[in-house]
Design a binder for this molecule. Sequence first.
Ligand code: NAD
Length: 340
Amino acid sequence: MRLLVTGGCGFIGTNFIRYQLNVHPQTTIVNLDKLTYAGNPQNLTDIQQAHGGTRYFFEKADIADAAAVQAVIEKYSPDAVLNFAAESHVDRSISDPAPFVTTNVLGTQVLMQAARTAGIKRFVHISTDEVYGSLLPHEAPFTESNPLLPNSPYSASKAGADLMVRAFVETYGFPAIITRCSNNYGPYQFPEKLIPLMLGKAWENAPLPVYGDGTNVRDWIHVEDHCRGIDLALRKGRDGAVYNFGGNAERTNLDVVRAILRLTGKPESLISFVKDRPGHDRRYAMDFTLAGDELGYAPVHDFETGLADTLAWYEKHTTWLENVKSGAYLEFMSRWYGDR
Ligand code: NAD
């Protein structure tokens, strides 16, 4: 199977490429990535060395650039397309929503149009629980039939993309699947996101900034569980289906930050409550019964062990973390892939 993966230099895309190459020896990957600030090709240096030109190919391109996307699809004739590429950070979407609409909504439509023209038989669109909006503490977890009620420019752009995927399925019979997932954690996550951000601060003995009162709840899923779910959707999913994936690990932000302090042996006095994020959703939780029934999906990582393993990974890869934090990876990118 030859897969076109977009956004493969980001956190989840990197883990997905590694998962595919490990688990499916016959699979070949083409990674199409624009290399925004969040795309780090150093994540895949070892993959490039081991499989570059045989099982792994990289193309620097923008999913919103129709000619570039068409050229990549014509060059490699993939069997399936998986769309991970996105602007993904809620805080950035609040200060500047425009790139979120361009990449997440327009980019998804451009990519689907090119895939449809080429007669691609499977398109998996990676989405998020945030499209469902926010839950109250007593409310049941989101199912796939919950209405889309996004509250941030990020989640609105992801919901816009999901609706465009739905429209392609309904209008053209386009063979797409949408996967929606809760908060991921694991190796290679860009340190603007909660867990690597807090870990970096704890190591520096710097204040750990927690929004509001820290009681917002997220369901945490190990990125490897997410990648397995996406792989199951790719290989066993039903055209037109939407599948939720979760980790069975609802935790408040404060729970997560306290766990990081415990694991790093740092005091809770480092916690610093800061002004809440505007429109901050209170709670997300996922009902993934459908993915269990139709795909045989179940998360295998327990959160406390997975978090300890993740911290151990960052501890072993301090150079990776430092390169990202200092921006040294940007120099690497411009040397290897030209100006961005
Ligand atoms: P990320 O920000 O780490 O990576 C995004 C990648 O997309 C980067 O490599 C970036 O260079 C690339 N990219 C951005 N714009 C592009 C464009 N126009 N053309 C081509 N490439 C482009 O994101 P992530 O955390 O890996 O998330 C991947 C996907 O999973 C996203 O669609 C996100 O919405 C979704 N998701 C993420 C989470 C999470 O917890 N991280 C949870 C649910 C769903």
